[in-house]
Design a binder for this molecule. Structure first.
Ligand SMILES: CCCCC/C=C\C/C=C\C/C=C\C/C=C\C/C=C\CCC(=O)O
Ligand SMILES: [Fe+2]
Length: 625
């Protein structure tokens, strides 16, 4: 039997089968690997003197071995209390089986729970990468490793002592914006811009007071006055990396790496540009002299090194907190809870499952190759060697429900209504569009709040996410039950937004902003400067070495590049729902996304730096990379 064969099978049945509730599916098992993926079964019923009727049984699962798959009819959930509880019983059996297939595991204490699987090979076939994705994923990694070998060979033959020497490895696949980063990375407005619309737009806040950790030496009273004025005008902003304070730095091949925990104060100009005013690299520590404040007026290399330290710290919080924890790991919790608590005929299962595709496998791979003992973090990142897990732990301990919902998150950070905040603008538009889609679907199945309150499955799902998967996150605002349709819609909107828009916003920028390594160094090999005497030798000795820089470029490209098998948001082919109601809601969703697409394209045409991470055609329907 050939691989990748697609076939439609038609079977005629002449006898009257009565009302159709289930179909059962089985395949004779001959060879070791002869599984088939079944999309759906459609039965056309011909009734005398009546129109032909179509009855659909969605499947979208592998049929393997000798097992029998029993598929309830697409509208079964609406009839769950009828037909002698047959659908009810089927759902219970399905969940019983799924709970053995998808088990929770504690990979590391203090992190959200994950799926129990030591490697991707342990995962059920239904959630594995399909052949094409696996070949592409592993093939491009191998090609990337070849690039590294060539770059190392090339740089062995030349010098590595000026910033321009990073050009020697700046070849191979890279985006237009990555080239722009190389040109502009030293500019202050470019540095400021990244907090609004770069790879990590999640940290910046509008200041409501001067941060307590900011100690301004008496000789800088002018700065103090400027900061206070900007604060009063409402245009003072801060990016505080205190979460990194106290994290143990990595030791790479016997060499200790170093970490900082900076605070950056920025002002917004009337034209929307965000400019850094001061950088404090470490919080004050009793018994030590106050940490220096670095300023734009400092010698250019001093100021550049201070900014490079901030970019390195941003790399850590971006990858660990914004990316891994707040998209990948929480999406995994949604995925495992969905598999364990919601039967296939449940409308919330049908709504969410296209947004959970491939997430369990990519996360399992991250746990075995990226953040594992000896993984990429240990090899080339200054939080590696265990510090990265502590960052994840600290970030988990302060993960709030509000921070996953842009209307709340952006309001809390004071970022509403800023014309140059493009991530914020597009995220809010997407939140509204997704929310309308979710509400449209939920209202088809839940006619009133009471139906939500009395749905034991959706209540168990909520509780499992908050109390089990997120390890008691009710303390941080996550719900343990849904009292109304609105609460359910808000939560499901958050799930879909996180798995789609938010991940795309956080993931794609790796390609653009991480290719020019000095803009986002993966590690720092010397301690942060404590005086303003900085030389080029110090800068070069601090930034990543050739090998570290090459690996950063390869992995950033691997993870940030366009995925060949990507499904854009709202365009999955699976049809789990049947009937005109959902079709209309989906059509509206796709139209809303198209409208936003056109708005973003038109807006970007007039911009010096286009912001396209939240352009709907670029948003993946689930976390797959
Ligand atoms: C050094 C820079 C990259 C750091 C990326 C950090 C976090 C990314 C977050 C989530 C990515 C999720 C999954 C990626 C999984 C595995 C693949 C990565 C590398 C594999 C290398 C290998 O197989 O040898
Ligand atoms: Fe990712």
């Amino acid at each position: 039997m050939g691989r990748y064969r697609m076939e439609d099978f038609e079977v005629d049945v002449s006898e009257d089968l009565g009302p159709l509730l289930f179909v059962k599916l089985r395949k004779t098992h001959l060879l070791l690997k002869d599984a088939w993926f079944c999309n759906h079964i459609t039965v056309w019923v011909f009734q005398q003197s009546m129109e032909e009727k179509e009855v659909v049984f969605p499947c979208y699962r592998w049929v393997q071995g000798d097992g029998i798959i029993c598929l309830p009819e697409a509208t079964a959930w609406m009839m769950r209390n009828e037909v002698q509880g047959l659908f009810q019983k089927h759902g219970e059996e399905e969940l019983e089986e799924r709970r053995t297939l998808y088990r929770w595991a504690t990979w590391k204490e203090g992190l959200p729970l994950s799926v129990a699987a030591a490697s991707e090979k342990d995962l059920p076939l239904d959630v594995r990468f399909h052949e094409g994705k696996k070949i592409d994923f592993e093939g491009t990694l191998a090609a990337g490793m070849m690039d590294i070998a060539l770059k190392r060979l090339y740089t062995l033959l030349s010098s590595w002592n000026s910033l321009e020497d990073f050009d020697q490895i700046f070849w191979g696949s890279k985006s237009a914006l990555a080239k722009r980063v190389r040109q502009s990375w030293k500019e202050d407005d470019f540095f400021g811009y990244q907090f609004l619309n770069g790879v990590n737009p999640t940290l910046l806040r509008r200041s409501t007071s001067l941060p307590t950790r900011l100690v301004i030496p008496p000789e800088l009273e002018g700065l103090q006055a400027q900061l206070e004025r900007k604060l009063q005008e409402g245009c003072l902003f801060e990016a505080d990396f205190s979460l990194l304070d106290g994290i143990q730095a990595n030791v790479i091949q016997g060499e200790r790496q170093h970490l900082a925990a900076p605070l950056v104060m920025l002002k917004m100009e009337p034209d929307g540009k965000l400019l850094p005013m001061a950088i404090q690299l470490q919080p004050p520590c009793s018994g030590s002299p106050d940490p220096p404040l670095f300023l734009p007026s400092d010698p250019s290399l001093t100021w550049l090194l201070a900014k490079a330290w901030v970019r390195n710290s941003d790399f850590q919080l971006h990858e660990l907190q914004a990316h891994l924890l707040k998209t990948h790991l929480v999406a995994e919790v949604f995925a495992v809870a969905t598999m364990r608590c919601l039967p296939g005929m449940h409308p919330i299962f049908k709504l969410l499952i296209p947004h959970l595709r491939y997430t369990l496998e990519i996360n399992t791979r991250a746990r075995t190759k990226l953040i594992s003992d000896g993984g990429i973090f240990d090899q080339v990142v200054n939080t590696g060697g265990g510090g990265h897990l502590d960052v994840l732990r600290k970030a988990t301990a302060c993960l709030t429900y509000r921070s996953l919902c842009p209307p709340d998150d952006l309001a809390d950070r004071g970022l509403l209504g800023i014309p140059s905040a493009l991530y914020a603008h597009d995220a809010l538009r997407l939140w509204d569009i997704i929310s309308r889609y979710v509400q449209g679907t939920v209202h088809l199945y839940y006619s009133e709040d009471e139906v939500v309150q009395s749905d034991p499955e959706v209540q168990a799902w909520c509780q499992e996410i908050t109390e089990i998967g997120l390890c008691g996150a009710q303390e941080r605002g996550f719900p343990v039950s849904f009292q109304s349709r609105a609460e359910l819609c808000h939560f499901v909107t958050m799930c879909i937004f996180t798995c789609t828009a938010q991940h795309s916003g956080i993931n794609q920028g790796q390609l653009d902003w991480y290719a020019w390594v000095p803009n986002a160094p993966c590690t720092m090999r010397k301690p942060p400067p404590t005086t303003k005497d900085v030389t080029l030798e110090m800068v070069m000795a601090t930034l990543p070495n050739v090998h570290q820089a090459c690996l950063q470029m390869t992995i950033a490209w691997h993870l940030g590049r366009f995925q060949p098998d990507m499904v854009p948001l709202g365009h999955h082919k699976e049809e789990y729902f049947s009937g005109p109601g959902y079709k209309a809601v989906l059509k509206r969703f796709q139209e809303d996304l198209n409208t936003l697409e056109r708005e973003i394209v038109a807006r970007n045409e007039g911009l010096d730096l286009p912001y396209y991470y939240l352009q709907p055609s670029r948003i993946e329907n689930s976390i797959t990379i």
